[in-house]
Design a binder for this molecule. Structure first.
Ligand code: PXL
Length: 276
């Protein structure tokens, strides 16, 4: 039996019941882009970690049993996309997963989820930062936000006043760490939010959008899901970055219109039809 007739992406991330992040946005977004999405849960949470309290069940101990069944089925993936990892030990498992399941054609997207607004998410340690630096060396594409780009390159974070020269140095440093395609998201530039992308060693592009309200949870996961799916669908990287940011913008605008609390993720369901 051939289980590999349709393109599919293995998505490694957490299953979070409330707050629309990780798998609860990756699965619908990737599916909408006509790719079969196969989740590997890293943890099960009642709600994401930015709420005052949450239940977390770490799934590290089941990673190998879960993924070895996929080996038995002979599954092959057009893409592997990793997001939030719940424990330090998971980095070794994810690295082995990539080595075991990668084919010549598999596109590896690593969203180095670690923090935002200059701060690490709850539960992230210096050791996990070091692990993330090795994980990105296996990636074809990475999608750090500004905070994560700073962590990966040991650059001090600041809220504003980024000069092009400094951003340039940072993205090149990331490029030297392995990935061929990089987009740094959420760079504040006055009334604008910019994304800086890098491809094939030297093509750089900065795209800006008017800042609309504050940041909302899960938008990085939506962005990276579009990038991972587009890459598998053969869409040029620069176009994909534009599509992803435009879609995220639509999601934020809808959420503002519906007056959703910032913690609750974005109302992507309302605008998913625009993604095609
Ligand atoms: O969107 C990033 C993210 C993913 N998963 C979990 C999180 C967060 C951010 O807080 O808590 C569980």
């Amino acid at each position: 039996m051939d289980h590999n007739r349709q393109k599919k992406i293995a998505v490694i991330g957490d299953l979070t019941g409330f707050g629309r992040c990780s798998l609860t946005v990756s699965v619908p977004v990737i599916s909408k882009l006509k790719i079969q999405c196969c989740p590997v849960p890293t943890a099960i949470l009642s709600n994401h970690t930015a709420f005052r309290s949450c239940f977390i069940h770490d799934f590290t101990d089941h990673f190998l049993d879960y993924t070895s069944e996929w080996k038995k089925l002979g599954l092959k993936f057009s893409g592997i996309y990793t997001g939030y990892l719940g424990s330090r030990e998971q980095f070794a498992y994810v690295t082995d997963f990539i080595r075991n399941f990668r084919t010549e054609k598999t596109i590896i997207t690593v969203d180095p989820v670690m923090g935002d607004n200059g701060r690490a998410y709850r539960g992230f340690s210096d050791e996990m930062f070091t692990e993330m630096k090795s994980l990105i060396s296996l990636a074809d594409i990475i999608t750090p936000n500004l905070t994560e780009a700073c962590i990966l390159t040991d650059t001090p974070y600041k809220d504003s006043g980024w000069r092009m020269r400094d951003l340039d140095a940072m993205i090149r440093k990331l490029g030297q760490m392995g990935p061929g395609k990089i987009v740094i998201t959420g760079i504040p530039q006055g009334n604008f939010i910019a994304n800086l992308s890098f491809e094939g060693g030297n093509i750089e592009k900065i795209t800006r959008q008017y800042r609309i309200g504050d940041q909302r949870f899960g938008t990085g996961d939506i962005f990276a899901s579009v990038i991972a799916a587009d890459a598998v669908n053969g869409i040029p990287f620069a176009l994909s970055v534009r599509r992803a940011s435009r879609f995220v913008r639509r999601c934020i605008l809808k959420s503002i219109e519906m007056e959703l609390p910032q913690t609750d993720g974005v109302a992507f369901e309302e605008v998913l039809n625009y993604l095609r």
